[in-house]
Design a protein around this ligand. Structure first.
Ligand code: NDP
Length: 294
């Protein structure tokens, strides 16, 4: 039996509509809307595209966005001054510094300078620290990992008591998603580039989250029958039949895996759309908290 396709695009659209309604209620009750500041340093095409998509999504939800496009040779000091200015701006509830930053910038220092209450990307060391501890809720959870859990929840997939295997241990995806699964009482295995016998590890997974950045590395015969597969990977592979000359694939060989899995996310159209939806959610939550503080 073929796996159920977890339609991230449709789930993200539902969430974005929920957020639009929350924002409309906030405007009505308080005369305020959430505000997201985006900080883009330099002229990387991919980063420009991501920031444009985030601003468009904000506009559709009724969230105000404030774009800061800064030159690629900006000094660390000047960038810190921009972040501090946004920390102090009451119209800004969330600050998103688009990564990666140029090599001469210490990104850890920039992320740590973002006010904890406005850290809608969830990368502030204190938010990550809280995420790693029991019963210490972070103010914000990083968007892609949060999106993975939301996909499982909204697809009715039980997490508690099940074997979850995470492939990858990056600060942005692997590590936080592993923490979230653990807090939800999964029995957790985290695999990485030094893991011996990856296929055997993956075969234990009732829930598999793949975030390695290796095109179609996970084969169908690695998948436990009936497993839920969340494929975070986004990899461009050459494709002469595609007008762009390439197509996007995940870390999982989709056509093989869908024959075995119980549920699976496609790439594109799985995790990707959730990342932006979760950013809007975090920004709206930040605004609600700011209103509560008065
Ligand atoms: P990183 O390169 O930071 O991390 C990759 C991880 O995979 C590392 O932990 C690495 O292990 C592990 N790894 C690499 N090769 C292997 C291998 N052969 N076997 C086992 N483990 C391996 O990537 P990110 O976490 O930033 O991103 C992962 C993927 O997710 C990428 O394709 C990226 O494009 C995508 N992504 C998608 C997003 C979305 O919104 N859909 C958002 C963010 C990322 P080690 O630690 O030992 O080096």
């Amino acid at each position: 039996m073929k796996a159920k396709i977890i339609d991230g695009k449709a789930i993200a659209a539902t969430i974005r509509e929920e957020i639009r309604q929350d924002v409309a209620r906030m405007r009505e009750a308080h005369g305020r809307v959430p505000g997201l500041a985006t900080v883009l340093v330099g002229a990387r095409k991919d980063s420009e595209t991501y920031v444009r998509m985030k601003k468009k999504a904000c506009a559709e939800a009724g969230i105000e966005s404030f774009g800061h496009e800064l030159p690629g040779d900006i000094s660390q000091e000047d960038l810190l001054a921009v972040v501090k200015g946004l920390n102090a701006d009451p119209a800004v509830h969330g600050i998103l510094v688009q990564l990666p930053l140029p090599d001469h910038i210490d990104d850890e220092a920039i992320l740590a300078a973002i006010s904890l209450e406005k850290d809608v990307d969830g990368f502030h060391p204190l938010n990550i620290g809280r995420l790693s501890m029991k019963r210490r809720d972070p103010l914000f959870v990083p968007c892609t990992p949060k999106g993975c859990i939301e996909l499982l929840d909204r697809s009715g997939i039980e997490i508690s008591g099940r074997n979850a295997v995470v492939l990858g241990r990056s600060n942005i995806v692997g590590l936080p998603v592993a923490m979230l699964l653990l807090h939800r009482n999964a029995t957790l295995t985290v695999c990485h580039s030094r893991t011996a016998d990856l296929p055997a590890m993956v075969r234990q997974a009732d829930i598999l989250v793949a975030a390695v950045g290796r095109p179609e590395m996970v084969r169908g015969d690695w998948i436990k029958p009936g497993a839920a597969v969340i494929d975070v990977g986004v990899n461009a592979v050459d494709d002469a039949d595609d007008p762009r000359g390439y197509r996007l694939v995940g870390d999982v060989a989709f056509d093989e895996a869908r024959e075995v899995a119980g549920a699976i996310t496609p790439v594109p159209g799985g995790v990707g759309p959730m990342t932006i939806a979760m950013l809007l959610r975090n920004t709206t939550d930040a605004a609600a908290r700011a209103l509560d503080r008065g």
